[in-house]
Design a protein around this ligand. Structure first.
Ligand code: HEC
Ligand code: HEC
Length: 501
């Protein structure tokens, strides 16, 4: 299924009146069925449709539900020129909210992370800024428990200090002021309105309910693909291997020193590290001049350190790192064998010889991350497909009158909910296909995925409720089989917010 067809289905579903709350909107039936809480739905409404009287952007402008809650150059290239993402020149003096030369080509967003817009001190937002990639907002409930040494209540944003008050709850206030404003003076009540305490709480509830709610136990996983098995073992390995005569010495991946269980935490603490990524000469650095990103803290307090992100979500959310330094997951893994990493404060801090993967090592670790990501995609696809099956309405048969043509069945009252859930299920299933097939992984799973994609597509078009339900239930079974075909133990505790859009 080409992505464009999926997206046009979605476009129809999402072309709904823009308002901050839609009582009886297509999400309401999910609350009525007990699948999500009212507060999470209210939060999603604000996240995807709340403009806070600003420049027309919503949180979903940069964290869209049909692109893993993030944006990248490929996605940006599909947007119409009047999309509010492309808000560049603002008063006073036509200053830039975004850097036009860095947004579409490199997916980089202007962030005034070191400024306090609300302290009454005049700011220089066009001088004091950094350019950052958009992180997905998946699985935040597993990744924001700040390490004690960070002295941040919660670790949010690439340098863990993205929120004005250091919490996820307060993050939305900062995001509205940063991204939604109609002027660089950022006058509250004039250039945008701030979320109320109740709205902040609803958005936090929604954000904490998307993605995974718990980390995997990667030790216990088994993989159908040998490369996945090798990659997991190397990911966990913290040894330095003795050099063979005439050869370089190699090491384990040592990834678990920072990404325990392919997550973002060590013992439930999310740390910051200076891994040298900022020193990489990226394509954006070659094309344009912009300030160096000094990471956590500001001014003389800045320490060049960035926050550890979770890796289960990584493979389909490239480009990678806070500066979109690398396009492929293989390149991102390969970075850890570079002199730049090994010479960085975090590299020098590692036990032994730093990280030097043997030939094939980065491909194996990437294969492991690809399979885990595909399994996660499939689990969300199944979660959405299962929900669609629950929402299909039992048709009340309309009696046929003898001699007259039978009346058509009554229209499905939850049509938008069902078709959107199925289209979004297929977005995830397609991501799984892409992530696996790019490196010839998961052959058996791919067969099941193709069947599921096709069945869900048929179900979107099917008008008869009974036939539709059969198609959806069958799609869910093939998704289940696809997940099982990747290996054992790949079970995710998923949040209910994955059903919201
Ligand atoms: C113009 C694009 C844009 C818009 C609009 C936007 N964001 Fe973001 N978002 C970003 C970028 C860039 C970052 C990284 C910021 C940083 O490193 O501090 C980010 C980071 C985040 C994070 C931190 C994720 C993590 O892994 O720690 C959260 C949470 C978040 N955004 C929520 C929101 C909410 C809520 C809204 C709407 C009120 C919103 N964003 C609107 C671009 C955007
Ligand atoms: C010393 C701690 C540390 C170690 C060891 C480490 N990482 Fe990281 N990892 C980080 C930090 C910090 C970031 C964010 C860096 C940035 O963007 O500046 C990161 C980011 C990543 C990303 C990008 C994720 C995204 O969403 O863009 C990938 C992929 C990754 N690491 C994979 C690995 C792999 C594979 C290993 C083992 C070979 C590894 N990491 C070892 C700390 C570490």
């Amino acid at each position: 299924m080409p992505k464009r067809t999926l997206l046009s289905c979605l476009a129809v579903a999402l072309l709904l009146p823009s308002a901050t709350a839609r009582a009886d909107g297509p999400g309401q039936v999910l609350v009525d069925k007990g699948l999500v809480s009212q507060e999470a739905l209210d939060g999603a409404e604000l996240f995807f449709r709340g403009t806070f009287s600003g420049n027309g952007r919503t949180c979903g402008t940069c964290h869209p539900v049909d692109n893993n809650l993030t944006i990248d150059p490929e996605f940006i290239s599909t947007l119409p020129p009047d999309d509010p993402l492309f808000t560049f020149d603002l008063p006073p003096d036509d200053g830039f909210l975004e850097r036009e030369d860095l947004l579409a080509p490199f997916g980089l967003i202007l962030e005034n992370v070191d400024l306090d817009f609300f302290d009454g001190v005049p700011d220089m937002p066009r001088v004091d800024f950094v350019m950052r990639s958009v992180p997905h907002t998946l699985s935040l409930s597993t990744s924001i428990d700040s390490a004690d040494e960070l002295a941040e209540p919660q670790a949010t944003g690439w340098s863990a200090d993205g929120s004005p008050d250091g919490t996820l709850l307060g993050f939305s206030t900062g995001a509205v002021a940063q991204h939604f404003t109609t002027s660089l003076d950022r006058v509250v009540g004039q250039d945008f309105v701030l979320p109320t305490p109740q709205e902040l709480a609803a958005m936090e509830t929604y954000m904490l309910s998307v993605g995974r709610m718990a980390d995997l136990d990667i030790d216990s996983l088994t993989f159908a693909d040998a490369a996945g098995e090798r990659g997991r073992d190397l990911f966990l390995n913290i040894d330095d291997f003795p050099a063979l005569p005439g050869q370089e010495a190699f090491t384990g991946g040592k990834c678990r020193f920072c990404h325990n269980n392919a997550g973002a935490d060590i013992a439930d603490q999310n740390f910051n590290r200076d891994t040298g990524v900022e020193a990489v000469v990226t394509p954006a650095r070659l094309a344009a001049t912009f300030p160096i990103d000094d990471g956590h803290g500001s001014g003389t307090e800045a320490d060049g350190r960035f926050n550890v992100p979770p890796l289960v979500e990584a493979a389909d959310t490239g480009p990678f790192f806070h500066n979109n330094a690398f396009d492929t997951i293989e390149e991102a893994v390969g970075f850890y064998s570079s002199d730049t990493f090994n010479g960085s404060p975090a590299g020098l801090d590692l036990s032994g010889e730093g990280i030097h993967l043997a030939p094939g090592g980065k491909e194996d670790i990437a294969a492991f991350l690809r399979v885990v990501n595909a399994a996660f995609n499939i689990a969300i696809a199944k979660q959405r497909t299962d929900a669609a099956a629950l929402v299909v309405t039992k048709p009340r048969p309309i009696p046929c009158i003898w001699g007259l043509p039978c009346p058509p069945p009554p229209p499905e009252p939850n049509e938008v909910t069902i078709t959107t859930l199925l289209a979004l299920a297929n977005v995830e299933a397609q991501d799984a296909v892409d992530v696996l097939s790019e490196r010839s992984l998961g052959a058996a799973a791919l067969v099941e995925l193709d069947l599921a994609l096709d069945l869900n597509q048929q179900a979107i078009a099917e008008q008869d409720a009974n036939a539709r339900k059969l198609l959806i239930v069958s799609a869910a079974q093939h998704l289940e089989s696809a997940g099982a075909a990747l290996g054992g133990g790949l079970d995710f505790q998923l949040g209910a917010g994955n059903l919201l859009f």
